[in-house]
Design a binder for this molecule. Sequence first.
Ligand SMILES: *[C@@H]1O[C@H](CO)[C@@H](O)[C@H](O)[C@H]1NC(C)=O
Ligand SMILES: *[C@@H]1O[C@H](CO)[C@@H](O)[C@H](O)[C@H]1NC(C)=O
Ligand SMILES: *[C@@H]1O[C@H](CO)[C@@H](O)[C@H](O)[C@H]1NC(C)=O
Ligand SMILES: *[C@@H]1O[C@H](CO)[C@@H](O)[C@H](O)[C@H]1NC(C)=O
Ligand SMILES: *[C@@H]1O[C@H](CO)[C@@H](O)[C@H](O)[C@H]1NC(C)=O
Length: 251
Amino acid sequence: MPPLQLLLILLPLSASFLRLPAPAGAACSPKTCGDLNITYPFWLEEGGGRPPCGSPSFQLNCNGRHAFLSRSMFGRYQVARVFPENNSLVAVNHNLLVPPRAGCPPWWFNISLGLGLGPYTINRKNREVLVLYNCTEPQQVAPPGFNRTRCADGSFFRLGGEYGSHRELGVVPSACSLSVVPVLGFPDGDDDYVQSMRQGFLLEWTVPSDDCPECEASGGQCRYAGDGTGFSCGCAGVAHREKCGELTKIN
Ligand SMILES: *[C@@H]1O[C@H](CO)[C@@H](O)[C@H](O)[C@H]1NC(C)=O
Ligand SMILES: *[C@@H]1O[C@H](CO)[C@@H](O)[C@H](O)[C@H]1NC(C)=O
Ligand SMILES: *[C@@H]1O[C@H](CO)[C@@H](O)[C@H](O)[C@H]1NC(C)=O
Ligand SMILES: *[C@@H]1O[C@H](CO)[C@@H](O)[C@H](O)[C@H]1NC(C)=O
Ligand SMILES: *[C@@H]1O[C@H](CO)[C@@H](O)[C@H](O)[C@H]1NC(C)=O
């Protein structure tokens, strides 16, 4: 076969791995924020109208020390630790910790609302802090099992069990609204729920692509594709569709 014809046959195959444009590759490569390593599917937003490097749900903003989920309520959900091996992270909701009244936010809400309809779920390994607020008639005594918070809003709190277990308790007085705050746990001998909120809670995410484990097993680095969506596997500067060392199919 003449060399030119051979080349034309091989050309569609070689199109299955694309050379990353150098600037995009550099801007979207793994980064750090404080002592957090930011790797796929998370990505760090950049100023100066840079194009997105990935899915908005995993967009992070770094204030120099801490990384925050850009699309969380007021951008105040900090990503404190990431466990890529099991798609989970520890998040700290700083909306609840605004000085000088940490633990007494301007209003209470359910944490899940602050995450929108993202790919995140609150893990059942969490425990829960229950907060009663907005009681229609001022409660003279704390409802059974609850203690008064130190907040000026007449709210009450209770350290609960497994996250979600309050539904079986049926303990919520109808005169009050309930806010449910997941926490990793309660420090021993410490009844202060604020300390628990500072430690954060466990969140799981569903992966944008199933291809990452295979890519990493082949020695590659999981990335979004060049336009910030989809998946690519970075292998020594070359982006493959799925994994290194193979000419993979184009969908
Ligand atoms: C971040 O990555 C560097 C380089 O791979 C590694 O030495 C360090 O231990 C990592 N830090 C964390 C918190 O995983
Ligand atoms: C993921 O692994 C970390 C570290 O072993 C662990 O602390 C965390 O609870 C795990 N996450 C889930 C969802 O099981
Ligand atoms: C407070 O209570 C009022 C009346 O019961 C209710 O309409 C309102 O939605 C509650 N506010 C919040 C933030 O739960
Ligand atoms: C918070 O969630 C609980 C159930 O998990 C629900 O009973 C309560 O009404 C919710 N509160 C608000 C303000 O949405
Ligand atoms: C609630 O108050 C009681 C009585 O003061 C105290 O013994 C208990 O430890 C408190 N519980 C919490 C969770 O703060």
